[in-house]
Design a protein around this ligand. Structure first.
Ligand code: NAP
Length: 324
């Protein structure tokens, strides 16, 4: 990525400064995508931390102060809080400003925010499909969006130039941009993100509740697969509570299909149908290869974990081959 000759926006206001807000601020500053960056967050502790970290030009106490004179406002709070923020800022937005968000569900955000925004602003909801299991302002980093997708879900009557300008902003942050209707976004993300999170949350909870296998055994032998689920299941509880409430219909639809497929695999196992299991696992292996091929994950085995060196100590005498 190279720094822009000209900023795309004059004044960027970020409402919410966790993983996503903090990453946008860092990336926008590194790329010169906005002339100035003003940040606010709900709690004094977060605002203080943002000021200490120094990734914004200004840290202000209220949403109203943040949006004053801003030509791009990005709401970076949990999905369930977006409507309240829109109600608060709606009457004070600068004419011609673009208002966006980063919520992981788009239909609910459109429904909750749009009624509070005046016709004099451009509302272009967005979802950067990038993240980690960490939250808060310390967890953000400028490279988070590089080679990740950012999906824009503008309403049908949205201004084309405003959409293109926001797309240019996300491209400057390193993202690939795609546009689609909000309901389609919610269906796609229900399969690729929301259902996997629900499964991870379930498995980790189930393992934790198994009486006959102790918690210490679950942790000790987690490299058998369990630990890869724990990363996802460590994601922010507020964010994910809101995602499942806001995208209930699409997730329930996908959960129905998942349950049918699970029943199919269960039947194959019970009836000893090895061919069915083998065919299924071959198909899923090809999907993993496809993800690596399009650059959405690294080809390094085991997510690039290091395995340490071989034991330095010589084998105990009884197990050593005797050359004498
Ligand atoms: P985060 O690190 O937990 O930060 C959330 C921010 O929102 C904090 O500044 C927090 O303020 C503020 N906030 C929380 N509840 C609020 C409320 N009720 N009213 C006003 N502000 C509130 O979360 P994040 O990961 O950045 O997620 C933010 C948004 O990005 C969510 O909509 C999420 O769906 C979306 N998203 C997340 C990811 C991901 O992987 N994490 C990826 C893509 C999109 P305080 O710190 O002051 O409490």
């Amino acid at each position: 990525m190279s720094k822009l000759q000209q900023p795309i926006y004059n004044r960027l206001a970020l409402i919410g400064a966790g993983l996503i807000g903090g990453s946008i601020a860092r990336a926008a500053r590194a790329q010169g995508a906005a002339r100035s960056i003003v940040v606010t967050a709900r709690s004094p502790a977060t605002r203080k931390r943002v000021a200490e970290l120094g990734f914004a030009d200004q840290v202000v106490e209220s949403n109203a102060a943040a949006i004053d004179g801003a030509d791009l406002v990005i709401v970076c709070v949990p999905v369930g809080a977006c409507g309240d923020v829109a109600r608060e800022i709606g009457p004070h937005l600068m004419k011609g400003a673009t208002v966006s968000d980063v919520g992981s569900v788009k239909g609910a955000v459109l429904r909750d925010m749009a009624p509070h925004l005046p016709p004099s602003v451009h509302f272009v909801p967005a979802h950067p499909v990038a993240g980690t299991e960490n939250s808060g302002p310390d967890s953000g980093f400028a490279e988070l969006f590089v080679n990740r997708w950012c999906i824009l879900t503008p309403p049908e009557n949205a201004d084309k130039a405003a959409i293109e300008r926001l797309a240019a902003f996300w491209s400057a942050l390193g993202a690939n941009v795609e546009t689609m209707p909000a309901d389609h976004h919610d269906l796609v993300l229900a399969v690729t993100s929301h259902l996997p999170h629900l499964i991870a949350y379930t498995i980790v909870g189930t393992a934790d509740e198994l009486g006959e296998v102790t918690r210490s055994e679950v942790l000790k032998f987690s490299a058998g697969g369990f630990r890869d689920f724990t990363r996802i299941a460590a994601s922010d509880p507020t964010m994910w509570r809101d995602v499942f409430l806001a995208n209930k219909d699409a997730v329930l639809e996908m959960l129905g299909r998942f349950s049918e497929d699970l029943s199919g695999l269960t039947r194959a196992m019970r009836s000893g149908d090895g061919d069915a299991l083998f065919e299924h696992f071959t198909r899923t292996r090809a999907i993993r290869r496809g993800i690596v091929e399009i650059g959405q994950d690294s080809p390094v085995p085991d997510f690039g974990r290091t395995h340490g060196g071989l034991p330095a100590e010589p084998l105990p005498r009884p197990y050593a081959a005797d050359n004498e």
